[in-house]
Design a protein around this ligand. Structure first.
Ligand code: ARG
Length: 564
């Protein structure tokens, strides 16, 4: 059981009813600054008023009453009650919990199976998937796993950028300079080439932009030729995206992109009109958001065409209807912060009670060698290339470290891709970070391969010991140097909750690094396989580490190979 909870329970009992709820007690329990003050402490200040006693006195009285059975000692230190856990007893309990619950260790049902829609990845068709979209994909996927671990039901939605004036422009470009064969050979690169040429020529030829807009209008009106071209561009793009999703082993519950909402725009306009929010301004339809300190949101252009915002409004309404979400998340770069603020404000203005359940989950930029990436300038890093390079670097290291490994290619893939994913997730998501592949794929340091390697080493010990059945083992370990690792293992259920609360996969990644470091230190300083009467208990610890590392990596979307 969770130590904090155990302490909250004995405190509840000692305090009696009506003074503080179990949850309130739980939230007050702290970790002391240094371990000579115990493992956990409970401050009594806030009880002074209700109990009409000095905090010091309350602490002393509490220590008298508390059931001290499961602790090494419980002492009053000034206004604090300090708890020293019975390391052997608590430790054995933590290990037993992990070995019996296995992958379910740390799982809770806080979410009560509520639906959470997660708008993630959402690349734009006819363009390569960028590093930014990779971030959205892996952060969204990890969040989905974290929500699920906390008892929610995540729904992963790929809101493909498959609609908008840029497709009108692309059609104009294709009709002017394109060839079917060329596109078929290398779809996305070719389409990007047309798109770049369009922008270059549009600088001289101002009519091109108008033509692009006209073609998009045609598409919105269901024109046959426009629709056919659009479908073709979309299919070809999706094919390439799917190879990347396959490689990352990430799947989606829906690929309803922007185009899906084309026939749902009228409802948005109708709703906004009925609520009296739509205003005409120079021929366009807008919503005023001055009250929210935000710029006006354009809903319909002068020519009647809808916008990114209009489609997002339709999508949110559709998602509420379809999934009745308890949370509606958007994993999208920080540069779109204002867009999501506007969207939320519009639903608030329209008095939808679920407006507050809309959450933008922003993240920072990835730069490569200090440079920002953009499609229009042609400075694009192809995601596929990054993944291929990572796999190559992983293969090289495996080749030197473990040349006889079976399944080398598969492991190289799990390590290379895992390294890229882990690197993305280990930093708090709002931070920008630079990407130097050699660092990312190293087997030492704060990397994914380091965590994977720690896990593989644990598995190798278990193999050496003949993978004994440990379910009925007495898991008491008297060696104090095991305590650090066990304590971290016991913290996992809290970590799962914290990652959810902060919407931060990095909480899990940092935890996995901590656990790996503690375990490797233990491993270096003790003879795990020594034939004494605690051998099986130590193997139980090793197995628990393997289970929790595997589960942490799984939540991040990273494999934990048994050998590497
Ligand atoms: N396709 C957009 C882009 O690449 C991201 C879409 C995010 N999702 C949304 N519902 N707006 O910038």
């Amino acid at each position: 059981m969770d130590n904090k909870q155990q302490i909250a329970d004995v405190l509840s009992q000692a305090l009696g009813d009506n003074i503080l709820s179990n949850i309130d007690i739980l939230n007050k329990i702290e970790v002391p600054k240094t371990s000579d003050l115990g493992d956990l402490a409970f401050p009594t200040f806030m009880l002074a008023k209700v109990m009409r006693k000095a905090p010091q006195q309350i602490a002393t009285d509490l220590v008298e009453k508390i059931d001290k059975n499961n602790f090494e000692k419980v002492v009053a230190m000034g206004p604090y009650v300090n708890f020293f856990l019975n390391k052997e007893k608590v430790g054995a309990q933590i290990l037993t919990d992990i070995l019996t619950q296995q992958a379910n260790y740390g799982t809770n049902n806080d979410g009560e199976n509520g639906n959470v829609t997660i708008d993630m990845s959402s690349p734009n068709i006819a363009k390569p998937m960028s590093m930014g979209h990779l971030r959205s994909t892996v952060i969204g996927n990890a969040l989905a796993n974290i929500f699920s671990k906390n008892g929610y039901n995540p729904i992963k939605i790929n809101h493909l950028g498959d609609w908008g004036t840029q497709f009108g422009k692309l059609m104009v470009a294709y009709k002017l300079w394109g060839s079917e064969e060329e596109v078929k050979k290398d779809p996305i690169n070719t389409l990007v080439k047309y798109y770049i040429r369009f922008h270059e020529e549009a600088k001289e030829n101002l009519a091109l932009d108008d033509e692009g807009r006209a073609w998009f209008k045609k598409l919105e009106d269901g024109d046959q030729e426009a629709t056919k071209l659009w479908k073709w561009f979309r299919d070809e793009s999706l094919k390439e995206f799917l190879t990347i999703y396959d490689e990352l082993e990430i799947n989606f519950d829906s690929f309803n992109g922007e185009a899906f909402y084309n026939d749902k725009m009228d409802q948005v306009v109708k709703m906004l009109t009925e609520k009296g929010l739509l205003v005409e301004s120079q021929g366009a339809q807008i919503v005023n958001l001055e009250k929210y300190n935000l710029p006006v949101a354009m809903i319909k252009r002068t020519d009647g065409a809808t916008l990114y915002m209009t489609r997002d409004l339709a999508a949110a309404m559709y998602r509420k209807n379809e999934y009745n979400f308890v949370k509606n998340l958007y994993v999208v770069g920080g540069e779109q912060r204002e867009h999501f603020q506007q969207m939320k404000a519009i639903f608030k203005e329209a008095s939808y009670d679920w407006a507050d359940d809309i959450e933008h989950i922003p993240f920072g930029l990835i730069t490569v060698n200090g440079k920002k990436l953009s499609t229009r300038s042609g400075r694009i890093i192809l995601l596929q290339d990054v993944l291929d390079d990572a796999i190559r670097l992983a293969r090289e290291q495996i080749e030197t470290k473990n040349p006889d490994l079976a399944n080398k290619e598969n492991v190289a893939k799990q390590v290379g891709i895992g390294a890229v994913v882990f690197h993305d997730l280990k930093n708090e998501r709002v931070n920008s970070f630079d990407f130097a592949l050699e660092e990312v794929v190293r087997f030492e340091g704060d990397t994914g391969p380091y965590v994977q390697y720690s896990h593989a080493r644990a598995q190798s010990i278990l193999r050496k010991a003949g993978n004994p059945d440990l379910t009925t083992t007495n898991l008491v370990i008297s060696d104090a140097s095991a305590w650090d690792t066990i304590k971290i293992l016991g913290d996992f259920p809290n970590i799962v909750r914290r990652a959810l609360r902060d919407r931060e996969p990095s909480v899990i990644a940092k935890y996995a690094l901590n656990l790996s470091r503690a375990y490797n230190k233990y491993y270096a300083n003790s003879r795990i396989l020594a034939e004494d009467n605690e051998l099986l208990a130590r193997l139980g610890l090793v197995k628990a580490v393997a289970i929790v590392l595997t589960e942490s990596l799984r939540m991040l979307g990273v494999h934990a190979p048994n050998e590497m």
